[in-house]
Design a protein around this ligand. Structure first.
Ligand code: ADP
Ligand code: MG
Length: 579
């Protein structure tokens, strides 16, 4: 019996799949080909869901969104050379966003290396810039190689411990079909969730005292807070102490956008005049204008909560640093503030200023939204979408004005239910993110819908993933807000003028895309539902039908004014003038 067992052989592909299964990997996104097809098949046989995509870049975006939404890395599986290179964009995006991701790339056979092998490329080196960890298990003998490689799936741990990020594991082509004796294999245990770290008690005490003495406090809630599941503790902080809060784009929904203490509609004003700002898992990068004047007071006191020590003090010297997990640290703050009967006065001048600003900003957007002229403007479109948006849906969004204006109108009520271009400002993420969200919805939040709001240019980057959506019949609703271009486009008349020239490349403005493109036909081509809409009534009707029909994906191509822009942002310049 023992002799029989000891002769049992297993392929490298199966060993990799088993190692992934042992690490609780649920989803693999990728495109198969030499040398990774066997890995995908082996994974599927073990019950791991394999989602075949149309471009590695979109596959990698999808896998990274899994990491953010579930806290465990999604896997992106790609072939060697060009396949891996296509995925670099997704890896960079994940790493910039601090999202866990496990990238597995096939590479050339070891005995052909440096000989000009098929799709040979220095993959481990290439990935180093985009990851926390990039490695190929190396040894002399083939079998220990495979085992070591399996143990290398501690890449999962690196991806979720500390500041989350992307990891790369390189699989030489010859590993895949190599047979090893089962008895020589040992699988590492499933890596546990990261240990929770708390901030220093004295720092917490100091932070509480700074908050109690604030005249114009503000809490900023970032996607680090969303990732950390800090919603319960942060909501308590907001409500118990009557503090105003501002979500970053993906921090939306940690506390619902319609909460009375949300000052999103007075964002510029809140940032500019706050005297104490608590940052919950949000970096002082371009999204938050670096924390510097003129967008902030020169002497604003920052209390910075982050899990990454290296982040503390970037761009601005914080008054208090709280190194630790956002959820645990906000609980510490709650307990500390609870020691006195303090609350921020709800009738303060600061609250009055913020409320007035919110009112006037909301009125200005409403006025734009009520404009009856055709083609529609952004505000009209988003107000009609918001009216029908299910409260528990995932909102995925990308584009320039489409994403920026959409963010101000479309509300999130649940944490980790907004995905967009993120820290890296990446265009092309939308469809991959929507596919990942649809998988997560199906497995964890049955009934929740995914609404993916795309600019027409943004849609183009990964448009063929509509086939993926239709193949797996994911009930995603894609809205393409179509202005015939990047930022702005031409209408048909202006376009016809350009066609009079012999060489259109000399006269077509770089931001122009083909006017009146029927993107909805991409959806109908694969059996989904497509709508071309030009009026608010058509928009309302198509949206209602799409929401009612859970049996199919749909795409609503919404024609808007090609020259439409956002309303001017108002913040008080250095001399107190409106700029
Ligand atoms: P946003 O784009 O929403 O402003 P950022 O991506 O700039 O957010 O910042 C997120 C921050 O959250 C990062 O600095 C990251 O280190 C931090 N972070 C991630 N997970 C946690 C956690 N569990 N606890 C505390 N901070 C976290
Ligand atoms: Mg556009």
């Amino acid at each position: 019996n023992f002799a029989e067992r000891s002769e049992e052989q297993v392929s490298g592909a199966k060993v990799i799949a088993q190692a992934l299964k042992t690490q609780d990997v649920e989803y693999i996104f990728g495109i198969v080909g030499i040398p990774v097809t066997e890995i995908a098949i082996a994974a599927q046989q073990l019950g791991i869901k394999y989602i075949g995509m149309r471009n590695e870049q979109a596959a990698c975006y999808a896998a990274s969104a899994i990491g953010y939404l579930t806290g465990r890395p999604g896997v992106c599986l790609v072939v060697s050379g060009p396949g891996l290179i296509h995925a670099l964009g997704g890896m960079a995006n994940a790493n910039m966003n601090c999202w866990p991701l496990l990238m597995i790339g096939g590479s050339s056979e070891r005995n052909q290396e440096t000989m000009g092998a098929f799709q040979e490329f220095p993959q481990v080196e290439a990935c180093r810039l985009y990851t926390k960890f990039s490695a190929r298990p190396s040894s002399i003998e083939a079998i220990p190689f495979v085992i070591e490689k399996v143990q290398y799936l501690t890449a999962v741990r690196t991806s979720i411990y500390g500041r989350p990020g992307a990891c790369y594991v390189d699989i030489p082509a010859d590993f895949v079909n190599l047979q090893v004796n089962v008895n020589s294999l040992k699988y590492t245990e499933c890596c546990m969730s990261p240990p929770i770290s708390m901030a220093e008690t004295s720092a917490v005490r100091m932070a509480a005292s700074v908050i109690r003495n604030a005249k114009q406090p503000l809490l900023i809630i970032g996607k680090g807070a969303a990732y950390a599941h800090a919603e319960e503790n942060i909501k308590k902080l907001v409500e118990q102490y009557k503090l105003p809060f501002l979500p970053t784009p993906m921090g939306k929904g940690v506390v619902p956008d319609n909460h009375p203490n949300c000052v999103g509609a007075a964002r510029s004003r809140a940032l500019q005049f706050a005297d104490v700002i608590v940052l919950f898992g949000a970096r002082l990068n371009w999204i938050l204008h670096f924390g510097l004047p003129p967008r902030y007071q020169p002497d604003v006191k920052f209390i910075q909560v982050d899990i990454c020590a290296e982040e503390l003090g970037n761009n601005v010297k914080p008054t208090v640093t709280l190194l630790g997990d956002v959820s645990a640290v906000s609980k510490q703050l709650l307990e500390e503030l609870d020691k006195t009967s303090w609350e921020y006065p709800p009738e303060s001048k600061w609250w009055k200023t913020l409320r007035e600003k919110m009112k006037s900003n909301e009125a200005a957007s409403k006025e734009l939204a009520s404009k009856k002229s055709l083609p529609m403007n952004y505000y009209t479109v988003f107000y009609h979408v918001q009216e029908q948006l299910p409260r528990d849906c995932f909102v995925v969004s990308e584009g320039a004005n489409t994403m920026d204006i959409g963010r101000t109108v479309l509300q999130n009520y649940l944490p980790r239910h907004r995905l967009d271009a993120g820290t890296f400002g990446t265009m092309g993420v939308g469809l991959g993110f929507a596919i990942a969200a649809a998988m997560v919805a199906k497995d964890r939040h049955p009934g929740q819908r995914v609404i993916c709001v795309e600019g027409d240019s943004a849609f183009g980057f990964s448009g063929m993933e509509v086939e993926t959506i239709c193949r797996y019949n994911l009930p995603i609703i894609l809205l393409v807000v179509n202005n015939n271009g990047i930022y702005q486009g031409f209408d048909m008349d202006a376009w016809k003028e350009t066609l009079k020239f012999q060489d259109p490349t000399a006269v077509v403005p770089p931001m122009c895309l083909l006017p009146n493109s029927h993107y909805e036909q991409i959806m109908t081509a694969f059996g989904g539902k497509g709508y071309f809409v030009e009026t608010p009534e058509e928009l309302q009707k198509s949206l209602r039908q799409s929401l009612a029909d859970t049996s199919k994906p749909s795409l609503i191509n919404i024609m808007i004014e090609p020259q439409a822009t956002r309303k001017a942002q108002q913040w008080l310049g250095r001399k107190g003038t409106q700029v």
